[in-house]
Design a protein. Sequence first.
Length: 81
Amino acid sequence: MKFEVTLPGLGEDSTEVVTVSSWLASVGDELKEGDDLLELTTDKAAFYLPAPRDGVLSEQLVLDGDEINVGDIVCIFEIKA
């Protein structure tokens, strides 16, 4: 089953736009819930987006250097049934 991973809200005082610094996982990697997927930066901080579930990273939809918005789909996970 495919699962879309989106950029969650960053808190009430945070910006709605972040920059993708780098991917920490590659397509085909099997990840556990909580493993870091990618590093993101704002004008104030850097943070990591964790895998929301166990699965295999099947598709990256954003690239290093891309600016993305809260709610954007960043990747597709393949979830084992």
